[in-house]
Design a binder for this molecule. Structure first.
Ligand code: SF4
Ligand code: FES
Length: 201
């Protein structure tokens, strides 16, 4: 029986990833037989792995964000969505929602299914949804790999996991995006700061 993915954040140091069934760095498969130590200071010379540089650069894993931005709820006819800005990493994969919500409110039944699909594609888990009548949420399907390390970007967790950090309110349990550039104000979660780092791999 496969065990649940376990993410352990080391204080001012890397992430230890245990029990991943699959992991990738860009197109490169990562060995998951042993623990994987992923850099989160953004300064390693061997990305995506930790090489101990965090100690030399005095990396701080502290979170500077207040995380008190309010949750927004959108009420449709068939579907309700919620957005927690404190977990969002700002890649804007949710852009189609505006038009879809308008269509859904105008009575386009298929738009609700399209909204659910967009929410499920949100990598950070900042978006969640429920069906208005059923009041249930479908179980989260796993992604094609458990841990996807984006080249020049965040770590995407795409299956159920345990982590030594409280999840944000309503953050979907099978999705998270973790900072690996060391610049997020919302550590350990990614807030999109890597986009401002030239040459970050
Ligand atoms: S993380 Fe989710 S909510 Fe935030 S911009 Fe991306 S898709 Fe939208
Ligand atoms: S966290 Fe160890 S080198 Fe970046």
């Amino acid at each position: 029986m496969s065990r649940k993915l376990e993410i352990t954040i080391q204080e001012d140091g890397p992430y230890r990833i245990r029990n991943a069934r699959s992991a990738r760095f860009g197109d490169e498969e990562l060995n998951t037989e042993d623990d994987i130590w992923l850099c989160r200071c953004g300064e390693t010379a061997s990305p995506p792995f930790c090489d101990g540089t965090h100690r030399k650069v005095g990396f701080s894993g502290a979170c500077e964000s207040s995380r008190d931005r309010p949750i927004k709820t959108w009420e449709g006819k068939r579907i309700r969505t919620r957005f927690n800005p404190n977990a969002c990493m700002h890649v804007f994969a949710c852009k189609p929602l505006k038009a879809l919500r308008r269509q859904e409110r105008e009575g386009d039944g298929a738009a609700a299914d399209a909204i659910a699909e967009v929410v499920r594609a949100c990598p950070s888990g900042a978006l969640s949804y429920e069906w208005v009548e059923a009041q249930t949420v479908e179980p989260e399907a796993d992604g094609e790999v458990d841990v996807l390390v984006m080249e020049g970007g965040e770590i995407r967790v795409q299956c159920a996991f345990d982590i030594n950090e409280p999840l944000q309110e309503l953050q979907r349990p099978g999705r998270a995006t973790l900072c690996r550039c060391g610049r997020s104000s919302n550590k350990p979660w990614c807030d999109g700061q890597h986009k401002k780092r030239d040459g970050f791999r």
